[in-house]
Design a protein around this ligand. Structure first.
Ligand SMILES: Nc1ncnc2c1ncn2[C@@H]1O[C@H](COP(=O)(O)OP(=O)(O)O)[C@@H](O)[C@H]1O
Ligand SMILES: *[C@@H]1O[C@H](CO)[C@@H](O)[C@H](O)[C@H]1NC(C)=O
Length: 326
């Protein structure tokens, strides 16, 4: 055989084995393998390999990883599942999470992303905006408005199944958020489809009232789990709407009832902080130690001064304390 023929033969063998791998319809394991390789070569894209909703995963995560938030857990599971299982939603899903610091608002946003994107929260289709980072100056509102519109439009053009998270919503200058109203209002603007995206607003607005309600429940000797959404609904919307500081204030978003659900996050008790500390140790691959968790949790500040029911910073500080008490 001449060298050139040898090469042709070799090339033929290589090619045909690849093609067979790719198209052979009867082998159930070769095709997934090929898909896997193909997708990891090309990197994250807007397709069902990288984006697929795991309903059982979300349920399990909310039940096992999120502590002390029975109301939020329930509403988030129902609304996200309903939305993601609808192939043709009329408008984007808008969730508004309210409550004190360190109670799991960012954390739950991560759990949602983890069960939609293969890359989870780090997916390039998850866009996080923070007031202090993206919208620091009140004088720049006009610029921010058009920037935000561009960001959102580009995001959705890249991929219909995008998630937009607005952290510290209460500190975003008033009016900025209103600029995306048309996108939330109508499914389609300028040929861009928005109705498959999820928008999550995080804020401390209403935290004092949520805490007061939780404390009243506790004082009445009632079970925390007896608290229901309706115990909060009546006051959350007026507060959010009237608060001067709030970016929601006088907002067209509220006017047109575009926020689908207000989701209260309750202040966390000592026992939840202990659960957080145990989870941190597990996550870090350490042997979970009740004593360490207990000491870390007890080292935090609780309020009210006398009764010491709720942790001032929720589970935020306990993550670092765990290392101090090991
Ligand atoms: N309810 C909770 N259940 C489990 N972990 C929590 C909870 N709340 C807070 N944490 C932990 O504390 C960290 C900080 O909370 P975070 O979600 O950022 O609070 P928030 O956004 O409400 O201020 C989270 O990353 C998580 O590890
Ligand atoms: C969905 O989540 C469950 C529970 O976390 C997990 O066991 C399962 O492998 C996940 N399914 C997919 C397709 O990732």
């Amino acid at each position: 055989m001449k060298p050139s023929k040898q090469h042709v033969l070799l090339l033929w063998i290589l090619l045909s084995s690849t093609v067979i791998n790719a198209v052979e319809p009867f082998s159930s394991f070769k095709i997934p393998y090929f898909t896997e390789t193909w997708n990891s070569i090309w990197g994250e894209s807007c397709n069902s390999y990288w984006i697929s909703f795991n309903q059982t995963g979300l349920k399990a995560d909310l039940e096992n990883k999120l502590f002390g938030q029975h109301i939020a857990s329930d509403i988030i599971f129902k609304s996200v599942s309903g939305f993601m299982n609808d192939d043709n939603p009329k408008k984007p899903l808008v969730l508004s999470l309210h409550g004190p610091t360190g109670t799991g608002k960012n954390f739950v946003s991560q759990l949602i992303a983890d069960n939609i994107y293969k890359k989870g929260y780090h997916s390039k289709f998850v866009h996080v905006f923070s007031a202090t980072l993206h919208f620091p100056h009140r004088s720049e509102i006009v610029t921010y408005k058009s920037q935000l519109q561009e960001w959102i439009k580009n995001g959705v053009t890249n991929c219909e199944r995008s998630v937009f998270i607005f952290d510290e919503m209460d500190q975003i200058p008033p009016g900025v958020i209103d600029s995306i109203k048309p996108y939330l209002d109508y499914g389609k603007v300028e040929g861009v489809f928005f109705q498959k995206s999820i928008i999550i607003f995080l804020s401390n607005t209403g935290a004092d009232e949520i805490t007061k309600t939780a404390l009243d429940f506790w004082k009445d000797g009632k079970d925390r789990e007896e608290m229901m959404l309706k115990d909060f609904e009546s006051f959350i919307s007026p507060i959010v709407f009237n608060s001067d500081q709030s970016s929601f204030s006088k907002s067209a978003l509220i006017d047109s009832c575009l926020l689908d659900v207000f989701i209260p996050f309750l202040p966390l008790e000592y026992k939840h902080v202990v659960q957080c500390a145990m989870a941190v140790m597990r996550d870090k691959g350490l042997q979970p130690d009740e004593n360490v968790a207990d000491r870390a949790a007890r080292s935090l500040v609780y309020y009210p001064k006398l009764e010491k029911v709720f942790a001032v910073s929720g589970c935020k500080m306990v993550i670092h304390r765990v290392h101090l008490y090991r």
